[in-house]
Write a protein that binds this ligand. Sequence first.
Ligand SMILES: Cc1cc2nc3c(=O)[nH]c(=O)nc-3n(C[C@H](O)[C@H](O)[C@H](O)COP(=O)(O)OP(=O)(O)OC[C@H]3O[C@@H](n4cnc5c(N)ncnc54)[C@H](O)[C@@H]3O)c2cc1C
Ligand SMILES: NC(=O)c1ccc[n+]([C@@H]2O[C@H](COP(=O)([O-])OP(=O)(O)OC[C@H]3O[C@@H](n4cnc5c(N)ncnc54)[C@H](OP(=O)(O)O)[C@@H]3O)[C@@H](O)[C@H]2O)c1
Length: 272
Amino acid sequence: MSANRQDPYNATVIGREELNPQLLVMRVRPDGELFDFRPGQFGVLGLLGNAPRIVEAAAEDAPAEPDKMIRRAYSIASSNLERRYVEFYLTLITSGALTPRLFALNHGSRVFLGPKASGVFTLDKVAPEKSVILVATGTGLAPYVSMLRTMLVNDSRRRFVVLHGARYSWDLGYRGELESLARLRPNFTYIPSITRPDQDPHFIGYTGRIQTLLEQGVLERESGVVLNPAQAEVFLCGNPDMVKLAVSLLEAKGFAGKGGAVPATIHVEEYW
Ligand SMILES: Cc1cc2nc3c(=O)[nH]c(=O)nc-3n(C[C@H](O)[C@H](O)[C@H](O)COP(=O)(O)OP(=O)(O)OC[C@H]3O[C@@H](n4cnc5c(N)ncnc54)[C@H](O)[C@@H]3O)c2cc1C
Ligand SMILES: NC(=O)c1ccc[n+]([C@@H]2O[C@H](COP(=O)([O-])OP(=O)(O)OC[C@H]3O[C@@H](n4cnc5c(N)ncnc54)[C@H](OP(=O)(O)O)[C@@H]3O)[C@@H](O)[C@H]2O)c1
């Protein structure tokens, strides 16, 4: 079934795990065949303006038009080997147009799923012998989960490092899965860090923002991967201010962004 006047939706929510009231892992199954995608790409989710919002939502800046589809991009977190559904990792923006509606969906709810995946935030152009350093804040972790679920299973040579910053330990989605992967795979290192330890005093691990960890050499110490563009490429995803600060720090170490004279060794996905 495709989106039409009778049914504007073409997919069903088949999985819904609330990690906390602001974070949701959602699985969506298309009515037809799932599109092909490469790990790191994003899909589109949509709901009509007349879809209910969660009661905790703040007032909208402007009331939504009831019959208009509100669409937003979301990185795919599932493996592309999984053909039954796509998984998304979502944070609630209480004043937002779409997320308070997505958070109101239940198992079995209908939703719009865009017909294809897009984006170039993938490992396609990274030489197989190079390490990949995957840096995220918040739900910016999602594309890396897809990369690891798809590629780490078959690649025991390339080194993968995830550096994930979140406010609190309960915002470190996929932590259990990534800790298990790191125990099982010697070529994978997982480094979580929280930025508000005063309100999360029992957390054991790194604290501080990502750029501080990079400056302090935590990544190199934990993983053995050297921050050198001849040996590694860096992916940055999430908060645009984090991305800007990390880019300038990495450029000082010889890494290059897109559009310069040399091939990019920094790859960026900004969420807003
Ligand atoms: C390529 C791409 C991939 C994306 N993938 C994801 C994803 O996997 N998971 C996800 O939760 N969001 C993702 N986003 C953001 C998403 O598209 C929406 O912007 C977000 O869900 C807010 O939608 P909204 O309608 O509720 O809020 P809007 O009314 O559109 O409000 C947007 C505001 O919310 C804030 N914001 C947006 N996204 C985030 C975020 N992830 N974390 C913290 N603050 C945020 C910013 O201040 C932004 O200006 C992605 C965006 C892009 C461009
Ligand atoms: N409406 C908005 O404009 C807006 C914007 C952002 C978040 N929010 C709300 O916040 C909730 C969760 O958001 P989130 O925590 O996933 O996203 P976030 O605010 O981007 O925070 C995620 C992590 O990124 C860190 N961070 C923020 N700015 C950074 C920078 N310049 N450099 C490096 N790290 C940086 C944060 O550290 P710190 O703890 O030091 O900030 C935190 O550890 C959502 O529920 C949303 O409603 C709303």
